[in-house]
Design a protein around this ligand. Structure first.
Ligand code: IDP
Ligand code: MG
Length: 153
């Protein structure tokens, strides 16, 4: 099973939508294996959003990500990286298809509800950025035979 990072952004927490967003991943059948609240700082955002450092909106993006705590979640599932990414929808929420998280809850390219890892390789790097091995919970998945076929693992 793959693991991927979701960051519930500060605006989502402030708007009282965190539970609703987490619920969507639960209902899809993904398994929550690690979760914590954290106040992000500039140092970690410089690394996490290094690919955007030269963009004019970078300072605003960082301000938004530091405006309140975030909720960090690790979701596990078969092909979870792609599934979660597609659930989030297009970066610019105004272009995100209705039915996606961004398409249902946001009007903004910046304040777009969640961060999701964009590849299996980056998921591993990002999970290591925010979680230690002790943060992960190992617990049974008794419903797996109802969620997946035998070759989906
Ligand atoms: P992603 O979150 O869909 O992977 P990235 O290109 O990695 O998109 O950008 C990271 C974050 O930077 C976005 O989620 C969004 O908050 C912000 N961002 C990206 N492009 C823009 C933009 O054009 N204007 C404002 N904010 C942006
Ligand atoms: Mg990205």
């Amino acid at each position: 099973m793959e693991r991927t990072l979701v960051i519930i952004k500060p605006g989502t927490l402030q708007r009282g939508l965190a539970g609703e967003i987490i619920s969507r991943f639960e209902k899809r059948g993904l398994k929550l294996v690690a979760m914590k609240m954290k106040q992000l700082d500039q140092k970690i955002l410089d690394v996490h959003y290094a690919h955007l450092k030269e963009k004019p909106f970078f300072p605003w993006l960082c301000d938004g990500m530091m405006a309140a705590p975030v909720i960090l979640c690790c979701w596990e599932g078969f092909e979870a990286v792609k599934v979660v990414r597609e659930m989030a929808g297009a970066t610019n929420a105004r272009k995100a298809v209705p039915g996606t998280i961004r398409g249902d809850y946001s009007m903004s390219a910046q304040e777009n509800i969640v961060h999701t890892s964009d590849s299996l390789e980056n998921a591993a790097i990002e999970l290591d950025r925010f979680f230690t091995p002790e943060d992960y919970c190992d617990y049974p998945s008794p419903l797996n035979s109802y969620l997946y076929a035998p070759d989906e693992k």
